[in-house]
Design a protein. Structure first.
Length: 132
């Protein structure tokens, strides 16, 4: 999941770089790569969320909400926002340079930064899991 997350962030940045400094063909190539990387990321994210479903089930209990990680909640909200704007881009927006694309990009950058923080905070747990 981490590799796909980084690949998603990288390809998304490449799309916007290509929009400003390269040809439409290069922009299109990065867009296609970004699409396939994010399909794979979405599948792994669904598996990841299923693994932690107990955490989500208690999310809306008042007694539990104060104990929840604010970063994890923010990662979840940003994941939903970047996913929804991505689907909207695919379904309803044609071409490059749209305001929806810029919103998706900004939300994606925020998701990237907060998501990296989420991962770094859990690095020790991740290392133990990989070692097994």
């Amino acid at each position: 999941m981490v590799i796909l997350f980084v690949a998603s962030l990288f390809t998304g940045i490449q799309i916007h770089y290509a929009n400003d400094f390269q040809t439409h063909d290069i922009w299109h190539t990065w867009s296609v790569i970004h699409f396939f990387v994010n399909i794979a990321l979405l599948v792994t994210a669904i598996v990841h969320i299923k693994q932690h479903w107990g955490w989500y089930k208690t999310l809306f209990k008042a007694s539990s909400l104060a104990l929840k990680s604010k970063i994890t909640m923010l990662v979840t909200i940003l994941f939903l926002a970047v996913s929804i704007t991505g689907v909207l881009l695919l379904a309803f927006v044609e071409g490059q340079g749209s305001s929806m694309g810029m919103a998706h990009y900004v939300i994606g950058l925020l998701f990237g930064a907060i998501g990296l923080g989420h991962f770094i905070k859990r690095w020790r747990v991740f290392k133990k899991g990989v070692a097994k």
